[in-house]
Design a protein around this ligand. Sequence first.
Ligand code: PLP
Length: 370
Amino acid sequence: MKMETVVCDGVAHLTPYLPGKPIETLQRELGLTEIIKLASNENPLGASPLAQKALTTALTELHRYPDGSGFLLRQALADKFNLQAGQITLGNGSNDVLDLIARTFLTSGCNAVFSEQAFAIYPIVTQAVGAQARVAKAYPADHAMPYGHDLDALLAQVNEKTRLIFIANPNNPTGTWFERLALLDFLQAVPEQVVVVLDEAYTEYVEDANFPDGLALLAQFPNLIVSRTFSKIYGLAGLRCGYAASSAEIADYLNRIRQPFNVNSLALAAATAALGDDDFVQRSAEHNRLGLKQLRDGVRALALSGLPSVANFITVDLNQAAQPVFAALLKKGVIVRPVANYGLPNHLRISVGLPEENRRCLTALAEVLA
Ligand SMILES: Cc1ncc(COP(=O)(O)O)c(C=O)c1O
């Protein structure tokens, strides 16, 4: 029997998510020791010290199941953002939350709308449940937000079978964003039976006063779900913890299919502590602002240009195929991220690292391009 004949259609033709290359893999492959990884938009400052301290205590309780309701973390999120705990759904990373949303709202015969060059998980979770993807054109390369979300184009893709729209602000892999008024106009125009998933994985990095806060819009738009993560500014990517905030009604549905212990006890303890570490978040945002400038200036000095970004990475147009440059950088112990799978074969995405890591990456890039 051919397994392909019995595997769900969507799964049979799925291309899996391509993660950034782990440091250990490159070590194994090339025997290098001095490796830097600027490939997965992680926090170069590490994890919040308060989170690290909370982990030490949580280690003594490893033999117990986690609190399946995530009571303390949900309450802490609710208190911080002026929500009810019943509006929060916890996930094993925000990818888990995006998957829960797709499984809650999509089946075959209906569709999800998202943009070209939008985060790679949206097509995967859509296809995995057998739903159709309706992909809106992104802004063109010569737009002020090159490859960014065109909210009008997204709206134009909505039809009577649309259940979800995924948008990311800022978006990965572009770093582009949309402002508050544009988002408000968009949300007002979306039919009320279509659920909008606003992915705010990088929101804590953004310092622009016109940048929207999705959580503040939940009361006004019952069809809005905001997803966020502890993987980026809180520095807890390895622990896997994210969350969705929505109406209590939507959260109730999401929680029906959530695995009872999807967030482990270490992640719960660390995320709860990290949420209260405003000092670390502030330091991380400041560090990122300087790092982005360092990378942007460095790229400009190489006569290249980076896409506008308010996230913790910059996506650079090399004006040539990026794959060989990526491979040559690997040989120099520098891991960045090719984004050909996003339809950007000439671009590389570089995460903000420590100042010396950014410098080393820029030097290696200059040598490879020379
Ligand atoms: C836009 C966006 N959303 C969601 C995620 C998922 O992150 P996590 O599952 O670690 O929370 C990422 C990770 O890179 C991302 O870039």
